[in-house]
Every structure is written in C-alpha cells, then in structure tokens.
Design a protein around this ligand. Structure first.
Ligand code: HEC
Length: 148
C-alpha cells in the first residue's frame, strides 16, 4: 500500500508543477528580446546555427563555431507567445518542454564553445551530437502539434 503522505506529496507535485512551468516559461520568454518573427522563423535561425556549428567543428573553424553558438545562446523570442502554436490543451506541456530544452541547448552549446576554444574537436563533436539529439527529441514530440 502507498502511504498517505506519499500520495499527498505526489498530489502536490502534480498541482504545483504546471503552475510553476507556467510562470517560469513566461519569465524565460520575457527575458529575451522580442524579434519581429514567428516561432517557425526562429527555428529556421536555429537550423542555420546548427549547420554553422556542424561546419565549424567539421572544419575546425573556431570563429564559425563562435558565431553560430552566439546565435543559439542569444536567440531572441518570437513576436508571439511560443505556445500559441499548439492547442490550448497542449500549452502546459509545451511550456515545460521549452523550459527543459532551453537549458539543454544552452548547456551543450556552451560545451561546444568551450571545447572549440581549446581545439578539443572530438569533445566538441560529442556535445554537438547531444545538441542535435535535443533538437530531434523535441521535434519528435512537438513538431506535428504546431498548428499555426
Ligand atoms: C522546445 C521544442 C523544440 C526544440 C528544443 C527545438 N525545436 Fe525546432 N521546432 C519545434 C517545433 C514545434 C517546430 C515546428 C514549428 C512550426 O512548424 O511552426 C520546429 C521546427 C523546426 C525547423 C523547421 C522550420 C520550418 O521552416 O518549418 C527547424 C529547421 C528546426 N526546428 C530546427 C531546430 C534546431 C536546429 C534545434 C536545436 C538547436 C531545434 N529546432 C530545437 C520545436 C523545437
């Protein structure tokens, strides 16, 4: 039997977590400069930046890595709320995905940058692989849910 206290804690987590993601996703988006573009156009910038990172690591071009990493680390927010692209019922989930993946994108991009600065290209490539996995995981989960 599951003790009552555990049930209570689980209940609390489920009640509080969506509200937490709600305000934190708002804060995350508010912390970025708002640019005159859609979420899809922001993704096109990320796509180009990923290509820049791939080329930079492949060709051991540190400046190319720096420029592409910069575009990812300091990307602006779209002119609309990102979660406006999914159905109302999916918005809390998408907010949590934004929070989670934003951290991973930052972490791996910084790792690529640091490795490139010391010309540790194999480590840069490993972080690049993890960065790509994060892009792809989110796409598997969310890309077909984008409606606008
Ligand atoms: C939080 C989830 C999420 C993460 C993380 C994410 N994407 Fe996306 N991406 C999406 C969604 C949702 C779409 C579909 C947008 C649409 O069609 O309006 C998309 C679409 C795209 C597109 C297609 C744009 C077009 O013109 O249709 C590209 C390219 C892209 N993403 C690149 C990337 C790259 C590169 C990364 C990683 C550095 C990344 N994305 C990380 C959610 C994400």
């Amino acid at each position: 039997m599951i003790p009552m206290s555990k049930l209570l804690i689980a209940g609390l987590i489920y009640a509080v977590l969506p509200a937490w993601a709600q305000s934190d996703a708002e804060a995350l988006v508010a912390s970025k400069r708002s640019a005159d573009m859609s979420y899809q156009e922001l993704m096109q910038i990320l796509g180009r930046s990923l290509t820049g990172l791939q080329d930079g690591v492949l060709l051991q071009n540190g400046e190319l890595v720096r420029q592409a990493a910069n575009a990812i680390l300091h990307h602006p927010a779209p002119s609309h709320k990102p979660w406006a692209i999914v159905l109302e019922a999916e918005r809390d989930g998408f907010k949590q995905a934004l929070l989670t993946y934003d951290k991973v994108l930052d972490l791996e991009t910084k790792a690529i940058l640091a490795a490139a600065e010391t010309k540790d290209w194999l480590n840069a490539a490993e972080s690049l692989g993890r960065l790509q996995q994060a892009c792809i995981s989110c796409h598997l989960q969310w890309r077909t849910k984008a409606r606008f």
